[in-house]
Design a protein around this ligand. Sequence first.
Ligand SMILES: [Zn+2]
Ligand SMILES: [Zn+2]
Length: 350
Amino acid sequence: MGVMRTVAAYAAPSATEPLVRTTIERREPGPKDVLIEIAYAGICHSDIHTVRGEWGAQQYPLTVGHEIVGVVAEVGSEVTRHRVGDRVGVGCMVNSCRECANCLAGVEQYCLKGNTGTYASVDRDGTITQGGYSTHIVVDEDFVLRVPESLPYESVAPLLCAGITTYSPLAHWKAGPGTRVAVVGLGGLGHMAVKIAHAMGAEVTVLSQTLAKRDDGLRLGADHYFATGDPATFETLANSFDLIVNTVSAELDLEAYLRLLALDGTMVNVGAPPEALPIQVFTLFANRRSFAGSTIGGIRETQEMLDFCAEHGIVPDIELIAAADINEAYERVLRSDVRYRFVIDIATLA
Ligand SMILES: [Zn+2]
Ligand SMILES: [Zn+2]
């Protein structure tokens, strides 16, 4: 292991303790590396699942955070894509094998050898990657995104996970003028799906448990808003969507949602319930329906998403917090008490 430098961070000491201010080690930038001084980091539900060991055992202390924006502070001798002073971002991946069919196709999120996650992954030097709740991060230039300066700096970070996670399926299944898109759940992911699908020109319907956030949903760009707690919703909307983006990780009555798909319609899950989902293939026969999954997006598509959001003036609705408030924010995320994403002001950590 080469030279390291010590930087301030917030880390979980174990799966059951609150996060605490501490220091972590970052490698010195290699020839292809960029050192980023982090300005803001979003809080993603995945951060909480991971630090609490709910998605498998972890090594502690662990620093999470994969919605990162900041400024390039140093570049390695062979870096060509970024310059000192550039505003940049890092999302859910910091590397991949770069050789498999999927990496060569530019969809590194589906790397057949597994991409290197921004945190809690084994890095190329054998260390465990540490995420963005930290003052600095060192990342290979190929996994660093350009963040357009026209986007408000403090709001832009959640695009790097919540933004690309919803943009990718909307782009892949060609949401646009004349398509009818339903977004299930109006949380961090759902509110981005509504904004992006609306900007793409689709007719957007929110399907939420109750009508409590209806005014918000319409303000964000939805054309229609229905409560899934009302059984009549599933009769009214039968056979009426080309694409359903399900952002909810909790179990739901999959059959009831699949029956909302029109001819050749697709339901795509970006949230993952812990249990297996039962599907009646006969429900897929009707209307030649598809059920699919999608996770984040490749580097090229993530850049495309950032540029699209800049062009359309789209950023997440956020609540800016100090680093000392991370643990409280976690509790509020778990109660769905956030509209719609927490962003940590990393200056409060330095
Ligand atoms: Zn995330
Ligand atoms: Zn690969």
